[in-house]
Design a protein. Structure first.
Length: 235
């Protein structure tokens, strides 16, 4: 089955957006200096691949841009990844009957294998599998943290998980399998500004939490941090 531009918006949203602009915005193609070729950089070495014979000598213009778009999508979604796709498909077929997979579209299959990106997670499971560094489970700020996490929407809980682990989905077998184990490190407020945000180190599944001792302040700072698409040492 040949992938088309319809799949590109899932595989490479930015390239898809640029191609749609190229397709519909008249005159844009004349400003880009495109040819029927693409540049790759395997192992840091630049490599030019022609999309058609002598493609690097053929300029893309308003007349032929639809052909260019079709050839570019075919290359990115089929030709370039052909060997990897075949190897993956062969391995998958050795484990699962392909007829079973044909019952699902790509979104349903991703949901089946990985869960929803915005499904949140079981806070109690994370709470039962945490390591405290200079904290205890009875500390006021820690009690507030778990309370706040339980109050968050599923989407915000997924953002929290992304913030501290680098992945918005919980482990399939629960947080007991998370490696390294989730850890909360204490940052005493006397050592940092009272406006310090929580920070994280996703490589170690680590949350660095100031000792706010105020639930509303903790909640506002945590939400600001997790919605900012940052984490590592964000102040």
């Amino acid at each position: 089955v040949k992938n088309t531009i319809n799949e590109l918006k899932f595989a490479d949203p930015m390239l898809y957006k640029n191609i749609i602009q190229l397709k519909h915005k008249e005159g844009l193609v004349d400003t880009l200096g495109l040819t029927f070729s693409v540049s790759n950089h395997p192992m840091g070495v630049q490599q030019t691949v022609n999309l058609k014979p002598n493609g690097d000598q053929i300029e893309v213009n308003e007349t032929n841009k639809l052909e260019y778009i079709d050839l570019l999508c075919t290359y990115r979604l089929n030709t370039q990844i052909d060997a990897q796709s075949r190897a993956f498909a062969d391995g998958l077929r050795s484990c699962i009957d392909p007829e079973w997979l044909r019952m699902f579209n790509h979104e349903e299959l991703q949901l089946l294998l990985c869960g929803s990106r915005t499904q949140g997670f079981n806070v109690s499971d994370l709470q039962a599998n945490v390591v405290y560094d200079h904290w205890s489970a009875d500390d006021e700020t820690i009690i507030h943290l778990w309370s706040v996490l339980k109050e968050l929407s599923d989407e915000d809980r997924s953002l929290f998980l992304l913030f501290v682990t680098g992945c918005s989905r919980p482990p399939t077998l629960g947080f007991k399998t998370l490696n390294p184990q989730f850890r909360i490190v204490k940052l005493p407020l006397e050592h940092v500004s009272g406006e310090q945000l929580p920070t994280s180190a996703t490589c170690g599944n680590l949350l660095k939490l100031p000792d706010y001792r105020n639930k509303e302040k903790l909640k506002s700072k945590l939400i600001y941090a997790i919605r900012s698409n940052s984490g590592f040492e964000m102040a």
